[in-house]
Design a protein around this ligand. Sequence first.
Ligand code: FE2
Length: 184
Amino acid sequence: MFQKERFIEDCRAALKEREARAAIQELVTQAVSDTAGIVRELGEPTMSGVNVIHKADDLTILNLYWGPGMYIQPHDHRMWAVIGIYGGRENNVFYRRSERGLVQHGTRELNAKDTIPLGAAVIHAVTNPLDQITGAIHVYGGDFFATPRSEWDPETFAEQPYSVERTMRAFEEANKRLAELRSK
Ligand SMILES: [Fe+2]
């Protein structure tokens, strides 16, 4: 059964393996396969938001609640990552840099129990297409909050420094939509 402290310990141990990202993907796959167990341990998602489960120089583990219709504009991480979904849906659009800013080069729909590894150079935008909260575990091979990185304007694809404030505003707006949906 999923246990938060155990999961952190296992991820920390996996970091020491030669194929750390692959080892962590196995752990995330195992974790999100037990959708009820995760919800029991981390709580039923009621609001959109981000819970920091673990934060260190070499590892960040986030429990993300993507609110209904929430969109996170294209961004990079500059460290490897593993994404696992335990409820709802997360649509990923992948981009490459080009003279025009960015070009799309693929999409991936993630549903409950799906996981994907992302390389350090990956640029993606994320949408929750559903009218319900999507629950996701994201594991990053570094300090997600302290590493400078980029995001891109969704219309012009102009590159700019990643803004935590903008992301937090997206969570707030998603919570407003959630309140409207619930008041109907
Ligand atoms: Fe991301």
